[in-house]
Write a protein that binds this ligand. Structure first.
Ligand code: ATP
Ligand code: SF4
Ligand code: MG
Length: 319
């Protein structure tokens, strides 16, 4: 196992109240495994992603849990120790690469700097930068370009090139293709997959479950800060257990069937004051149909149960 996250809870302490953004989330990522986190906007996917390098932005705080990466407790590391791991053993790629690229400096200098910061000699880093550009299918002359001279897709390739510099053990990719058109999106997904083939594990965030299904080994479904279902792609697609997962899959357009696309009615809850019991109960079609669930789903928090090997769900239907 590469990464183990246990009982992770993260709150944002705002003037308007405490946002319980991530609550009691546990999962693992194996070596060379691609795990995708899916869920609606605000479900806590990015907050989990930032936590993996102890980078949750203020006013967020990790209030509980453990993050064990290769036997090391990430939350117990000093800033220097984290900096050593970041970019070398764990890399991050974001939706908007402009957030990590410096607009005023040439691409080549930025790639080289990441490597020299981790102790590589300048000449070696320069050669490695050229090699990385080739790997992400960009011509060498892009070294002398500034970020604004590149397209969004090319900038994302640069961000991935930087993330690849040290053959990291884990790549955290938070909606890396959301801002790109479909063809460019596919090329970026190919690049991430090539990283996986070289031995990197992938923590991938998307709100698009069909995109996740194409490439992942496992899918984690988040709803309102809770991990409601986790399992192998086949398990999630062929046997979705949680009513929210079922709704997500029903909302995917299917070109080959006449099936009507159903959006999930209602809105995600306000996480300053999340619903009692199961956080999904106000929108859950099963709860709304079955009288015997009244007084259960709306008052008792469901535990996480392993239904078959590697397939976990948090829902009272499976007690
Ligand atoms: P999206 O798909 O929109 O990126 P997400 O699943 O990544 O959503 P997060 O960004 O992790 O969700 O947010 C989880 C919850 O935490 C949301 O309710 C959000 O409003 C809240 N939150 C995130 N950042 C902050 C912040 N800086 N201050 C206060 N609340 C925050
Ligand atoms: Fe629906 Fe109850 Fe399961 Fe929550 S616990 S998803 S409300 S059936
Ligand atoms: Mg996000």
């Amino acid at each position: 196992m590469l990464l183990e996250v246990k009982n992770l809870s993260i709150y944002y302490y705002t003037l308007a109240g405490t946002v319980r953004a991530v609550e009691n989330v546990s999962f693992t990522i194996d070596k060379k495994e691609w795990v995708s986190f899916v869920g609606e906007s605000g479900s806590g996917k990015s907050t989990v992603a930032y936590a993996l390098l102890n980078l949750v932005p203020s006013p967020g705080k990790i209030v509980n849990g453990e993050i064990i990466f290769e036997g090391k407790n990430i939350l117990g590391l000093t800033k220097d120790e984290l900096r050593e791991i970041r970019g070398k053993e764990i890399s991050m790629v974001f939706q908007d690469p402009m957030t990590s690229l410096d607009p005023l400096r040439k691409i080549g200098d930025q790639i080289v700097e990441v490597m020299t910061e981790h102790g590589m000699e300048k000449d070696e880093a320069y050669n490695r930068a050229k090699e990385l550009l080739r790997k992400v299918n960009l011509p060498e002359d892009r070294m002398s370009y500034y970020p604004h001279q590149l397209s969004g897709g090319q900038r994302q390739r640069i961000a991935i090139a930087i993330a690849m510099a040290f053959n990291p053990k884990l790549l955290i990719a938070d909606e890396p293709t959301t801002a790109l058109d479909v063809i460019v999106q596919d090329a970026i997904m190919d690049l991430i997959e090539s990283l996986k083939k070289e031995g990197t594990s992938i923590f991938f965030v998307t709100h698009d479950i069909s995109l996740a299904a194409e490439r992942s080994d496992k899918i984690a479904v988040m709803y309102a800060g809770k991990l409601v279902e986790f399992g192998k792609v086949e398990q999630i697609l062929e046997n979705p257990l949680h009513p929210y997962t079922q709704s997500l899959l029903a909302s995917v357009p299917d070109l080959w069937s006449e099936k009507e696309i159903k959006a999930i009615p209602g809105y995600p809850p306000d996480l300053r004051n999340p619903p009692s019991g199961c956080r999904f109960h106000p929108r859950c079609p099963v709860f709304n149909e079955k009288a015997n669930l009244k007084g259960v789903c709306d008052s008792i928090e469901p535990e996480t149960i392993e239904i078959e090997k590697g397939h976990f769900v948090s829902c009272h239907l499976y007690r």
